[in-house]
Design a protein around this ligand. Structure first.
Ligand SMILES: [Zn+2]
Length: 121
């Protein structure tokens, strides 16, 4: 993990956020951004069709993504843009709460290492 990149990104998010510095605005914008990520994935299935979803019982621990196909360039770009917005508001929330994004990621990496598949995610 590139520590400098995360810190630089968090600092940049803090410097460009102008209209939504209120934690209430950040929380609501983050929720909207999450919904837009989900919508862009759904649109890749329903509007473009480059990927499909095969909904079936997914056995635990050996589960699959239940995706078929692969993202076309347009859908990948759209999803990445929406994910960027989501990360922007997460970094902004970190700034508002005086939390380092890097610490959040490092802490969760440790949790993944410690719990492995037992994290039940
Ligand atoms: Zn597509």
């Amino acid at each position: 993990m590139e520590t400098d990149l995360l810190t630089e990104y968090q600092n940049r998010a803090g410097s460009v956020i102008a209209r939504n510095k209120s934690v209430l605005d950040i929380l609501s914008k983050q929720q909207c951004a999450g919904a837009r990520v989900e919508r862009s994935v759904v649109k890749a299935v329903t509007a473009c069709g480059c990927i499909g979803i095969e909904g079936c019982k997914n056995p635990p621990r050996t589960g699959t993504t239940q995706l078929e196909g692969s993202l076309c360039e347009d859908c990948e770009n759209m999803i990445m843009t929406e994910m960027g917005e989501l990360i922007f508001y997460l970094a902004s929330l970190c700034n508002a709460l005086d939390i380092r994004l890097e610490d959040v990621i490092r802490r969760d990496m440790n949790r993944c290492d410690m719990l492995g598949p037992y994290s039940l995610r």
